[in-house]
Design a protein around this ligand. Structure first.
Ligand SMILES: C[S@@+](CC[C@H](N)C(=O)[O-])C[C@H]1O[C@@H](n2cnc3c(N)ncnc32)[C@H](O)[C@@H]1O
Length: 232
């Protein structure tokens, strides 16, 4: 299987994230020049009033942390990821009595139908082997009226900026990521998966197909990242 085909291979993704877990937060902030904090803040603002939130593909828990620290949120969070080392590393750095970390697969959630008020996912849906199935699982566990807030990479719509960004993605990012984490392949995967991902128009269509409505989309930072909000 070529690297290009592996960006949705579950075993490969699990292995890669497990391997880079201790470098993940540092490299994330380095590569985004700290903008990742701003992107997560933009996402968690949508969830302040929710009572029970699922942090899907929670990784080292940065989104749960952002929701607890930067909003008036007072509810409970289930933080789910299939790469246990990511959750464990996150837990060693930050613990909160209202956050329950759970090992599980987003494509087969260990949760009952209609059981959470909201779902937040940052940089996770791109990795799903079956994106429609993942979205349908999200819809299944959301209570009626519940919302999903999805943060994901996208392609800047302005051609010169897009060309510059893709040059950065293809040449600089795998080199530095590989040097620091000692796993160049993981960062080549990141680059390949970003470039292969849906356009906002296609992604919103898939959300609609999965049963979401009132879908909103906003580009952040010139379109490097997109935020999607949908209701059930
Ligand atoms: C790029 S990280 C994002 C982590 C965190 N949400 C953040 O804001 O930085 C993607 C995470 O998604 C997890 N992941 C990918 N596919 C998954 C799946 N099908 N089920 C559960 N977790 C998954 C990976 O293990 C990884 O920890």
């Amino acid at each position: 299987m070529s690297l290009k085909d592996r960006h949705t291979d579950q075993a490969f993704i699990k292995e890669k994230f497990s391997k880079i877990s201790r470098w993940y937060d540092f490299l994330n902030s380095l590569f985004s020049l700290g903008l990742d904090h701003y992107w997560r803040w933009q996402a968690v603002r949508w969830l302040e009033g929710s009572k029970k939130v699922l942090d899907l593909c929670a990784g080292t828990l940065p989104l749960s942390k952002a929701l607890k620290r930067w909003t008036s949120f007072k509810g409970k969070i289930i933080a789910l990821d299939f790469a246990l080392p990511m959750l464990i590393y996150g837990k060693t750095k930050w613990q909160d009595k209202d956050v329950l970390a759970v090992a599980g697969n987003a494509l087969c959630l260990p949760l009952k139908d209609n059981s959470v008020d909201a779902i937040m996912v940052a940089f996770g849906v791109r990795n799903f082997a079956d994106r429609l199935k993942g979205l349908k699982e999200m819809k299944r566990v959301l209570k009626p009226g519940g919302k999903a807030v999805i943060l994901e990479f996208s392609h800047p719509p302005l051609p010169p900026f897009r060309a510059l960004y893709f040059a950065y993605l293809n040449y600089l990012l795998p080199k530095i990521g590989g040097l620091v984490s000692q796993d160049k392949e993981a960062y080549q995967h990141l680059t390949a998966s970003i470039q292969a991902f849906y356009s906002p128009k296609e992604w919103m269509q898939l959300m609609r197909q999965a049963g979401f409505s009132q879908i909103k989309h906003r580009y952040l930072t010139g379109g490097i990242v997109s935020i999607y909000v949908g209701k059930v």
